[in-house]
Design a protein around this ligand. Structure first.
Ligand SMILES: [Zn+2]
Length: 324
C-alpha cells in the first residue's frame, strides 16, 4: 500500500471510531469517566536544577513575553524576508516570537548566588515572577547571599527592589564597575534605564562589590568581558572541580537568529560590532571546550550546548546530560 492510501485508510478508521463514540453518546449511554474537564491553558515548568561539580545550579523562569515581530529586533540590518526565512527553516514563525527571562541561582555550598533579578513589578503578570518561582524552587529571598548583576537593563535589575525595599534583604551585591558608572552618570539620569538604575541599583551601592573581567564574584565564579550589549555587560565563568558552565547573560539573545547569524544587528545591543565580537568570543569558548551555557533569553530551561555550524553556531537545548 502506498503512503497516501495508508493515510486515507487510517483517517477512515479514526472517523468510524468517532462515529461509534457519537452514536453511543446519542443513545444516552455515555461511557463513564468522560466528564468534560475545564481547559487549563498552557503550563510550563519554572525551575530546572542540576549539579555542576560541588555546586548546584538552578535556572528560574521569571516569565516570558510574546512580541509581534522578529526582524525589528533580530536582524535589524537584514531584509525582513531573509529573517523570516531563517525562522521558517527552524520551525519558527517569521513575524512573531517569544522572549523569556531566566535568572540563575548557584549554590556553591558556601553562598547562594543569584544572577540577575528578573523584571520585577513592571512586567507582571507575564513576567516579574522570580520571587514566586524561587519559592517553588525551594529558596526564600532571605537565603540569597549574593546577587550578581550582569548588566543594568530593566529585565535584569527590575526585580532588585520590591515596594521600594530590597527584594533580597540579606544579600551582598556584585556588579561591573563600568556598567555601574555608565548608568548612574548624570547624563543617563532622565533615560528609562538610568532612572531604574538610580532607584533599583544605586541604593544598594553600600553593599556592592565592583568587579572587572577576570575577577571573582565568589570563589569559582569569574567575570568575563562581554562589553557591547551594554558598555559594561559581563558574562561569568562558573567552575567547580572539572565542571564548567558559561553564563553568557545577554551576549546571545535568540537561539536561532543570534546563534546562526551572530553578526546580525540586534536592537538591544548598544554597540552592534562590539556585541557581535563578544557573542562570537563566548560562543567560541563554549564550542571549543564543549562547555554548557546558560543564556538569560534562551528558551527555558535556558541551558544548552553550542557547536560551530556554517557561518555561525547551533544551539542544542539541555536534556538529561547532567543526570548521568
Ligand atoms: Zn536581557
Amino acid at each position: 500500500m502506498n503512503e497516501k492510501k495508508q493515510l486515507i485508510s487510517r483517517r477512515t478508521v479514526l472517523a468510524s471510531a468517532g462515529a461509534v463514540a457519537a452514536a453511543t453518546l446519542a443513545d444516552g449511554h455515555a461511557s463513564p469517566g468522560h466528564a468534560a474537564a475545564e481547559m487549563l491553558g498552557p503550563s510550563n515548568p519554572t525551575h530546572f536544577r542540576f549539579k555542576l561539580g560541588e555546586f548546584e545550579v538552578t535556572t528560574i523562569l521569571d516569565g516570558a513575553i510574546q512580541v509581534p515581530t522578529v526582524n525589528k529586533i533580530f536582524g535589524q540590518d537584514q531584509k525582513a524576508e531573509d529573517v523570516a526565512a531563517l525562522m521558517g527553516a527552524n520551525h519558527l514563525p517569521g513575524d512573531k516570537m517569544e522572549i523569556g527571562f531566566t535568572p540563575v541561582v548557584v549554590n556553591t555550598g558556601k553562598e547562594v548566588v543569584l544572577f540577575d533579578s528578573g523584571n520585577g513589578a513592571a512586567r507582571r503578570p507575564k513576567a516579574g515572577n522570580l520571587l514566586v518561582a524561587l519559592k517553588q524552587a525551594g529558596y526564600s529571598p532571605e537565603e540569597i547571599d549574593a546577587v550578581v548583576i550582569t548588566h543594568f537593563h530593566p529585565d535584569h535589575i527590575g526585580g532588585l527592589m520590591e515596594d521600594g525595599k530590597p527584594a533580597f534583604p540579606n544579600a551582598r551585591y556584585v556588579a561591573g564597575e563600568t556598567e555601574f558608572n555608565f548608568w548612574t552618570a548624570a547624563d543617563q539620569a532622565e533615560g528609562r534605564v538610568g532612572k531604574l538604575a538610580n532607584t533599583n541599583v544605586k541604593p544598594l551601592a553600600p553593599k556592592m562589590t565592583f568587579v572587572k573581567p577576570e575577577q571573582e564574584a565568589s570563589p569559582g565564579i569569574t567575570a568575563i568581558d562581554a562589553f557591547g550589549h551594554t558598555p559594561g555587560h559581563m558574562g561569568y565563568h562558573i567552575e567547580s572541580g572539572k565542571n564548567r558552565l558559561i553564563l553568557m547573560a545577554d551576549a546571545c539573545n535568540h537561539y536561532v537568529a543570534s546563534m546562526q547569524r551572530p553578526d546580525w544587528h540586534v536592537k538591544f545591543d548598544m554597540d552592534k560590532a562590539a556585541a557581535a565580537a563578544a557573542r562570537k568570543k563566548l560562543l567560541d569558548m563554549a564550542a571549543a571546550d564543549k562547555i554548557p551555557v546558560a543564556g538569560y533569553h534562551m528558551p527555558f530551561p535556558a541551558v544548552g550546548f553550542v557547536e560551530r555550524r556554517d557561518i555561525g553556531y547551533r544551539w542544542t537545548p539541555v536534556s538529561y546530560q547532567f543526570n548521568l
